[in-house]
Unconditional design. Structure first.
Lengths: 118, 326
């Protein structure tokens, strides 16, 4: 049982990562691909935060009577990564809007066909 | 008990992600993504990452979802039937996943205090930062002081993303002769509730901004929350009114102002004889100098994030309104 608890978080992270990866490579719709990328991204965040956790520790804010804190460094890295993540997602979504305007579709095979026709 | 909560939440997260694969209705996909973000925020809380949870709840569940819905309004809400075989992607994913699971067996066990990740710089941050920087929230100390360069870079990236969105979409102001057909005029309850809520959301954003040194929060979260308040206003009362409150031109000045404010603190500390972003030189007492430095750079981060998030929303929303009129 302790073996499962020791590695459960990592396995879920791998599962989420692969779910996101599957959506990215199998989905035909570009918006869905972006959702897949975001799921992938969040799984990486989860991996970092999992590594920063110390059993029996608490959030890294100084409080009286507390000696064991979780690692603050992964928190800093991921906090900024989330905000940068939404900014890059916005750039991706605006590219999709431009593709829709140029081709009239956001389904990958359809605008590829149009490209081939040219 | 904490372990049980962790197990259940992670399982719910996995189920939510799995459901996204099979849904063809993109509106439902985006809503599930919002739920997924909220669940991850809960897991971050149970893993002691309160600052991260704060950011994920406001960014992932709030702003990302709104932007994706804005895109769906322009691109249509159903995915077409895919004729490709999904066997090859499935095989790729299973093989990669199996290799990664094999790799996790070499990872140090979850939550162990002697794990390598806790032995490098973390002990110094935990033991010294309350004395050196003088702030109870170690995440803020590391973010704004020890890793100030990094955060400056992230702020510039956020600003660059805004430039990208602006050059791809731009914000279209409607011309005078069109009749404004935006906002939710029929929904009286929404309009009243929004009007009551918005001042408190802005107040909360200011609290998060200036209390971030002592509790969870800081410039990134505060900027996003403040932007969410104005996005709510724009959604309920329509873009033209929102443009009168905070115009896109003003935001275009605000976004670089935050970055420059941040960088100017670094230049000022060089001017005072220290290194770039060395806050110790800002005041005669090093700890007081750290306080001044952190408050100003967090303000710069907050201003840039607020301006960038709101102008990105304006860009998407003005596109959607344009296509509605057509």
């Amino acid at each position: 049982m302790s073996f499962i608890i020791d590695y459960y978080n990592y396995w879920i992270v791998v599962f989420l990562m692969m779910t996101g990866f599957y959506i990215v490579i199998s989905a035909n719709n570009l918006v869905k691909k972006i959702v897949g990328l975001n799921i992938f991204q969040t799984s990486v965040f989860m991996l970092y935060i999992t590594m920063g956790k110390v059993s029996g520790g608490t959030a890294p804010i100084v409080a009286e009577g507390v000696t064991l804190y979780s690692n603050p460094l992964p928190h800093v890295l991921i906090l900024t990564a989330i905000v940068v993540g939404v900014a890059t997602t916005a750039v991706g979504l605006s590219l999709i809007v431009r593709i829709k305007r140029a081709y009239g579709t956001v389904e990958e095979n359809e605008f590829q066909n149009e490209d081939d026709a040219i | 008990m904490a372990v049980l909560i962790d197990l259940v939440l992670l399982a719910m997260l996995a189920i939510t992600a799995l459901r996204v694969i099979f849904l063809k209705d993109l509106f439902a996909v985006v809503m599930l993504f919002g739920i997924y973000s909220f669940l991850s925020a809960l897991i971050f809380v149970s893993l002691d990452a309160v600052d991260v949870a704060f950011t994920e709840a406001s960014v992932g569940a709030g702003i990302s979802t709104v932007l994706m819905l804005g895109t769906l309004a322009l691109t249509g809400r159903t995915e077409k039937e895919n004729k490709h075989s999904s066997l090859l992607p499935f095989l790729v994913v299973v093989v990669t996943g199996a290799a990664l699971v094999y790799g996790t067996l070499d990872m140090p066990p979850f939550g162990h205090p002697d794990n390598p990740v806790h032995e490098h710089v973390a002990p110094r941050y935990i033991e010294q930062s309350p004395k050196e920087v003088g702030l109870p929230n170690m995440v803020t100390s590391v973010l704004a002081s020890y890793r100030g360069f990094d955060t400056l870079g992230e702020t510039v990236v956020v600003f660059a993303a805004a430039i990208g969105v602006m050059s791809l979409l731009g914000i279209r102001r409607r011309s005078e002769d069109e009749t404004p057909e935006s906002g939710l005029k029929e929904h009286q309850v929404l309009r009243v509730v929004a009007k009551l809520l918005i001042p408190f959301v802005v107040l909360f954003a200011l609290y998060v901004q200036f209390h971030g040194d002592f509790g969870p929060g800081g410039g990134f979260q505060a900027g996003v929350i403040a932007a969410a308040a104005f996005i709510l206003y724009a959604l309920v009362y329509g873009l033209p009114l929102a443009f009168q409150v905070i115009g896109p031109k003003f935001l275009q000045l605000l976004a670089p102002f935050g970055v420059l404010l941040y960088a100017s603190v670094g230049l000022y500390s060089m001017f005072k004889g220290g290194l770039f972003l060395d806050y110790n030189t800002l005041a005669s007492d090093p700890v007081a100098g750290q306080h001044y430095g952190i408050i100003i750079i967090e303000l710069g981060v907050g201003i840039t994030v607020f301006a960038v998030m709101l102008s990105i929303f304006y860009a998407f929303a003005s596109q959607a309104e344009r296509s509605n009129v057509q």
